[in-house]
Design a protein around this ligand. Structure first.
Ligand code: LCS
Length: 396
């Protein structure tokens, strides 16, 4: 089996992270639903706090069920360490609070998940940390945006919801040359389809709410590293900010990961067909899907760094937003809801929903037009999905 191949990831999804249960040999990790852990003596408690003895203290500082999930995701992302967080936004915000100070600068993709963009633009700015947003798929734009005080190059690739692709290896090399680090939000592809740490990224993060958990019943996040110092810095801030995960939440995500490869590959197979179906439909103006990329340079990047195009599609109807609204109100199998990466297909309107917090002119500049509809294709049968779309598009 080729290391880091799709097959290898499939096996890792099923076998990573769990140590055999030392008491009863349970195959799945027990849920250690406890806030705190007893010490055998006052001396032992002191040693644990001083870091002189290994062992658990208090769940915000560490918990075996959460560790099982962290080990599983670290291994899938080909990283050494992972830190699970209460939400994806907790992962996002903790990275910046841990690694930036007043006077520092960030370069980020202009199309980002709405709350990430608003956090950088509105919240971080209050602490004296500024961000320049550019199309990070264009190398010249990244070069132009870098400043002497740039600490982090932060990208989503593909971006939410415009599916722009940035060259991870180039971004990592460029950031390192300028004494900055590269953080990649890998939520849209999951480690089944892309492993940024292998391409030189310093940090990979996920909203595990999406593909990693995959069942639309948990919110959570995770941050993965190879460098111990970087992990320690982020870990310290995470414990102080308090956005750590809960053991039950960790168990559910650990369980979801068992079928990650099966779900991602099945949803992707559907998405490929749905994207073609939409492209050939007379009511559809434009379909954004990595397989339809025309720019030869970006096509090369896609081939080099992605194992597949993923399960997200964005498209615009000829009738603009009014037609989009009709479509959203007419689908029956697809669910009208934000979020993505679940087994069920989810459809939403970024301009009025996930990205409504971004100023209109900035949103349009980032390619998130008023008529754009985002579809997260799930694992239903393609026949049912295409019938649903066909029926709904007839009403447009
Ligand atoms: N990163 C990306 C790429 C996301 O898509 C999201 C959430 C987050 C981070 C934040 O994660 P959370 O705190 O929600 O777990 N994206 C959403 C979306 O597109 N629709 O609803 C949520």
């Amino acid at each position: 089996m080729k290391k880091n191949s799709k097959e290898n990831s499939q096996t890792l999804c099923i076998h990573s992270g769990g140590e055999p249960d030392p008491v009863y040999g349970a195959v799945m990790p027990p849920i250690y639903q406890t806030s705190t852990f007893t010490f055998k003596s006052a001396e032992q408690g002191g040693r644990r706090f001083a870091g002189k003895e290994k062992g658990y203290i208090y769940t915000r500082l560490g918990n075996p069920t959460i560790n099982a999930l962290e080990n599983a995701v670290a291994s899938l992302e080909c990283g050494k360490y992972a830190l699970a967080t209460s939400t994806g936004m907790s992962a996002v915000s903790t990275i910046f609070f841990a690694l930036c100070s007043a006077g520092d600068h960030i370069v980020a993709s202009s199309a980002l998940y709405g709350a990430t963009r608003v956090f950088l633009e509105n919240e971080l700015q209050r602490f004296g940390i500024t961000t320049t947003f550019v199309d990070t798929s264009r190398k010249k734009e990244v070069e132009k945006a870098f400043q002497k005080n740039t600490k982090i190059l932060y990208i989503e690739t593909p971006t939410n919801p415009t599916l722009r692709i940035s060259d991870i290896k180039w971004c990592a090399d460029y950031a390192h040359k300028h004494k900055a680090i590269l953080a990649v939000d890998n939520t849209f592809l999951s480690p089944i389809l892309q492993k940024p740490l292998l391409l030189g990224a310093d940090i990979v993060l996920h909203s595990v709410t999406k593909f990693l958990n995959g069942h639309s019943d948990v919110v959570g996040g995770i941050i993965v590293f190879n460098d111990e110092d970087l992990k320690e810095k982020v870990s310290k801030t995470l414990k102080h900010l308090g956005g750590t995960m809960d053991p039950h939440q960790a168990y559910l995500v650990f369980r979801g990961i068992k079928t990650l490869a099966l779900r991602v590959l099945s949803a992707q197979e559907n998405a490929r067909k749905v994207a073609k179906f939409l492209k050939n439909h007379k009511a559809v103006q434009k379909v954004i899907y990595p397989e339809f990329e025309k720019d030869p340079e970006i096509k090369k990047v896609i081939k080099k760094q992605m194992n597949g195009p993923g399960a997200l599609i964005s498209f615009e109807l000829k009738g603009g937003f009014e037609a989009g609204k009709k479509l959203l109100n007419s689908v029956k199998i697809m669910t009208l809801a934000v979020s993505l990466g679940g087994v069920e297909s989810l459809i939403q309107h970024p301009a009025s929903m996930t990205h409504s917090g971004v100023k209109r002119e900035e949103r349009i500049k980032a390619g998130i037009t008023d008529g754009l509809v985002r579809l997260s294709v799930g694992c239903e049968s393609f026949e049912d999905l295409s019938e649903d779309l066909k029926r709904a598009l007839e009403k447009v």
